[in-house]
Each structure stands twice: as structure tokens, then as C-alpha cells.
Design a protein around this ligand. Structure first.
Ligand SMILES: Nc1ncnc2c1ncn2[C@@H]1O[C@H](COP(=O)(O)OP(=O)(O)O)[C@@H](O)[C@H]1O
Ligand SMILES: [Mg+2]
Length: 286
């Protein structure tokens, strides 16, 4: 069966078309790792991306193309080799309390019970009223399927359960921006869909900005305003496309023909190598 593409793909503008100011601006950001006793690794070629305030943007690309590197650069955990990252108009020089991160692997403090791990940001930032945040933490633990494990220690939970606790911790208070690195990769399909819906709801209600890394193309299309498709390493933007599907979206959205078209378009970009390979193997420049 031939699928007719009724509407052309809308290439993403350099700036989001939603009319809100850019909160995150990456200008020609590059990263080369220089490991001791090993050859340099060019992880990111000069890359420019903008994210508007309140926008939901996903990064998709092959394994090793530098997605985690980009999130670590944006969060200030590592510094770029070249280029500039601005958040809310200011150059980033290190981690800021305005971004929360969900890593690929859960990073829980082993000496704190699960509820105390989820409440950690609330305690560190002395957020009040504490009782309300604790109720929210318990509700979030319920939502991610950890009701009843509030008083467990991290080592008593499986890897997937620990990751769910880490997701609850990232959602416990409203940071300006949420950076999520394949957060749902370790979850079963049903929990994943449930959390996709919950994440969309939280995003719609709180208006926070989300940058979301995923290998799952359907998940990216369902959730995002725009999708940044990256090339294989050294990573660079292959295409930025706007998901021109109305909101609110639901799981039924995935059954619409347009949804399938966009997924296929991204899939074909990931499967077909870019024409110019000149910049590979350590060559710099776009
Ligand atoms: N700390 C590091 N030192 C050296 N090389 C690294 C380091 N972190 C990542 N890399 C390399 O950088 C490239 C991009 O990695 P990464 O950002 O983790 O990719 P992705 O998240 O897209 O899978 C890979 O080739 C990886 O081996
Ligand atoms: Mg990664």
C-alpha cells in the first residue's frame, strides 16, 4: 500500500514559530572529548538549536551521536569546546537550579529512602509548604507505580523501579526546564504510555520547557512541538521538524494517518545516511 503524503513536512524554523521568546539558545556548540591515553573523540560538530519558552522539543538520533553530551552541555555539567549556550539570556557556566534532569540511569542516594530521594530537591531548595510537596511526592510515586515503596531503600528496587523514582523526583517541583535523557527506556510499554500522557499533562498545566531525548520515534512525535533529528557521530542537526498535529493529543493521536507519515519521515532520515560525509572523522565545520 502506498501512503500519500498529503501535506509537506514543515521544516522547523531556526526559532520556534509559537511566538514565545527563546529560553535556550545554542550557537555553534561543539564538543571534543580528550581522554587521557586515547585519541580525541569529536562528539558534537558545531550545532545551533533554539528552544522557545514553554516548548516541548525532542532530540532523536542514532546511539553515540552525542545526545547525552548535548544535554550535559546544556545542564552545565560539562563545558563546550566551542560555541555558546545561553539560558534565559545568560551564558551558562555551570549547573543551575532552573533545570532538572532525568538521566538514563537513576541517580538515587543509597542512604535515603525512596520518599526522601524524591523530596531531595524540595529539601535542598527549602520549598514550602513541605506537606503539600510531600503529598505531591507520594502522588507521583503512585503514578509511576511505586505506591507502597515510599519507605524502601534504593537497593531494594529494580533498575526500572529506581528510574521511576528518579522521574518522580524530577517532577516534584516546577523547574523552568526539564532535561530528560531517554527517561522511559527501561519501562514496560504500558507504564511508558501512562507516563507519556502524564508528562504531557504536566507540560500543558505547568507550561515548563522540556528537552527530551528518546530512541522511540512515536514517543517523540506524540509529545513534541518540534523534533531535532541528529546525524550519526559526530552529531549535528540533520533536520528540525515541526509536529503539525493539534493538541491536546492522546494515545488515539497515534492512530491518525498524519502521525504515521511523520514517524516514517523521521525513520527514513535515520536510515538514510546524509549525502555529505566530509565532516566525519574529526573534521570540523558545518
Ligand atoms: N566522557 C567521555 N569521554 C570520551 N568520550 C565520550 C565521553 N562521553 C561520551 N563520549 C563519546 O562521545 C560520543 C557521544 O556520546 P553520547 O553523548 O553518550 O551519545 P548518545 O547519548 O547519543 O548515545 C560517543 O562516541 C561516546 O563514546
Ligand atoms: Mg545517551
Amino acid at each position: 500500500m502506498t501512503v500519500t503524503i498529503a501535506k509537506p513536512m514543515i521544516p522547523g524554523a531556526a526559532t520556534a514559530s509559537v511566538g514565545r521568546p527563546d529560553i535556550l539558545v545554542l550557537t555553534d556548540v561543539a564538543k571534543t572529548y580528550r581522554p587521557l591515553n586515547r585519541a580525541d573523540v569529536v562528539a558534537i560538530c558545531p550545532t545551533s538549536i533554539t528552544v522557545a519558552d514553554g516548548e516541548f522539543v525532542s532530540l532523536v538520533g542514532p546511539s553515540g551521536c552525542g545526545k547525552t553530551t548535548l544535554l550535559n552541555l546544556i545542564s552545565g555539567l560539562i563545558l563546550p569546546s566551542a560555541g555558546e549556550i545561553r539560558f534565559n539570556g545568560m551564558p551558562t557556566n555551570g549547573p543551575t537550579g532552573e533545570m532538572s534532569l532525568v538521566f538514563q540511569r537513576p541517580v538515587l542516594l543509597p542512604w535515603r529512602r525512596i520518599i526522601d530521594n524524591v523530596m531531595l530537591p524540595v529539601q535542598v531548595m527549602r520549598l514550602k509548604p513541605r506537606a503539600e510537596y510531600e503529598k505531591r511526592a507520594r502522588d507521583l510515586l503512585d503514578l509511576v507505580g511505586l505506591g507502597g515503596f515510599e519507605d524502601a531503600w534504593p537497593k531494594e528496587l529494580s533498575g526500572g523501579m529506581q528510574q521511576r523514582a528518579a522521574i518522580a523526583r524530577a517532577l516534584v517541583y516546577d523547574t523552568r526546564m526539564l532535561l530528560m535523557d531517554e527517561p522511559f527506556g527501561a519501562l514496560d510499554a504500558m507504564t511508558r504510555e501512562e507516563l507519556n500522557m502524564e508528562l504531557m499533562r504536566i507540560w500543558e498545566v505547568t507550561g515548563r520547557t522540556i528537552l527530551f531525548v528518546t530512541h522511540n520515534i512515536a514517543e517523540a512525535v506524540l509529545l513534541s512541538d518540534r523534533i531535532v533529528v541528529m546525524t550519526p557521530r559526530p552529531g549535528q542537526v540533520r533536520e528540525i521538524l515541526t509536529v503539525d498535529m493539534p493538541r491536546p493529543r492522546s494515545l488515539e493521536t497515534m492512530a491518525e494517518p498524519r502521525f504515521g507519515e511523520i514517524c516514517n519521515h523521521i525513520r527514513s532520515m535515520l536510515w538514510h545516511k546524509p549525502e555529505s560525509r566530509a565532516r566525519r572523522n574529526g573534521a570540523s565545520g558545518q
